[in-house]
Design a protein around this ligand. Structure first.
Ligand code: G3I
Length: 375
């Protein structure tokens, strides 16, 4: 049966629960729906993620908030290499808490991160280990292998996606990070990248392996450098599955269309993409008449950019609520705070940004239902 275009438009504009061609119902598109962000994201088939939050977080009101509104959780700090107090000596208590929580509540677990040269990405003993080695690169390769075996091996089959390498590039350019112990130790930086992904693939062949970077959405040199780096990896056959765009809109707001195009550029290489560390400082919109509404529109644009790219698997906000944001603790950014950059306020109430992201998911669902409407 064919349906005329005006009739289709009239039918689609009714406040009905829309039915997909496969018979499934998109409950969240019902105008009376009270579905949560988690439910909307699950219906849209993308992850809505956030971070774990310090020791014991899962059994507090934060855990309840996370399992209600999010469908994915990223280990914020408890799987960084600094959890090893000495080579081979790990404290997995907090990571176990997060991964157990994810399993109990049906969330996707995102492992962050195997190799990051900054802050707690590096164990305190690593520099001495390499300085004492006759062949520092060979020693670093051994230590990297042992680390991946210990961490990826422990959670094989339970962590769906790994940020294998985090921030391999200089903060504001497309060049390799000059302060990286990996850049300084490996004769060829690409060998470091390739080895990292090869080791992770060996240890858990089912995990999706990502390279995660800061600022590719707002810095063109960074985007171009990242694209070249990843193209090289693909040409060498490095087992990379995806690229994470961190976000962290603290110094500059994103342009949603540019973000979409840059996500699509990696999708065009056959890769998955995700927005992995999203926060939007209120300070960037404080000059607007309604800063919370302006912040919500930035969030809506970022969500819509991801949803417009088929290969985009989802969005993760960095920190669960405004009272927990890393920005208000960071030596560089804290003096400029409070940043209030997340979807929930300090009292755990959803902000306008929560609703705008939910609406972006619902709009995507409605578009999908319209596309599958019988002709
Ligand atoms: O756990 C210790 C605690 O025992 C100690 O008393 C306290 C004293 O300062 O420090 C605690 O550790 C802090 C840890 O966060 C947990 O709160 C570290 O000092 C602090 O450096 C660490 O900051 C984290 C930072 O990465 C460095 O690892 C932030 O929470 C985390 O949000 C941030 O996340 C990074 C991503 O991994 C990569 N992309 C950028 C992003 C923001 O920097």
């Amino acid at each position: 049966m064919s349906i005329s275009t005006p009739l289709r438009v009239a039918l689609l504009s009714l406040p009905w629960v829309l039915s997909c061609a496969d018979g499934s119902v998109t409950r969240c598109t019902d105008s009376n729906s009270t579905c949560t962000l988690r439910e909307a994201s699950e219906e849209a088939g993308v992850f809505m993620g956030t971070t774990s939050e310090g020791a014991g977080w899962a059994s507090t009101e934060i855990g309840t908030l996370v399992e209600t509104h999010f469908s994915s959780v990223t280990t914020q700090n408890e799987l960084k290499w600094s959890i090893a107090s000495a080579p081979g000596v790990y404290d997995f208590e907090r990571a176990d808490e997060t991964i157990d929580f994810a399993e109990q509540h049906g969330l996707r677990a995102r492992g962050h991160t195997l190799f990051w040269h900054r802050l707690s990405g590096i164990p305190s003993w690593l520099g001495d280990e390499l300085a004492a080695a006759a062949d520092p690169e060979a020693r670093l390769r051994e230590l990297m292998q042992a680390h991946v075996r210990a961490v990826v091996g422990r959670y094989a089959g339970r962590i769906d996606t790994w940020d294998v390498v985090n921030e391999p590039l200089d903060v504001f350019s497309g060049n390799p990070a000059p302060d990286s112990i990996f850049f300084q130790t490996f004769e060829r930086y690409e060998d470091f990248l390739d080895l990292s992904f090869q080791l992770a693939r060996q240890e858990d062949p089912t995990a999706k392996l990502f390279l995660n970077e800061i600022f590719p959405s707002i810095n063109e040199a960074k985007f171009e450098g990242l694209l070249a780096l990843v193209r090289g990896m693909l040409e060498r056959g490095t087992p990379i599955d995806g690229v994470g765009f961190q976000g962290h809109f603290v110094v500059q707001l994103p342009d949603a269309e540019i973000l979409r195009q840059r996500l699509q550029a990696f999708a065009d290489l056959g890769l998955l993409v995700e927005i992995t560390e999203l926060d939007v400082s209120i300070n960037l919109v404080n000059d607007q008449p309604d800063p919370l509404a302006a912040q919500a529109e930035i969030y809506r644009g970022v969500a819509a950019a991801c949803l417009a790219v088929t290969a985009c698997r989802g969005i993760t906000t960095w920190n669960v609520h405004d009272g927990l944001t890393w920005l208000d603790r960071d030596p560089l950014f804290a003096p400029l705070g409070p940043h209030r950059p997340t979807l929930f306020d300090e009292s755990l109430n959803p902000k306008p940004a929560y609703e705008s992201v939910r609406e972006a998911f619902v709009a995507a669902l409605a578009r999908k239902a319209a596309q599958t409407f019988p002709r």
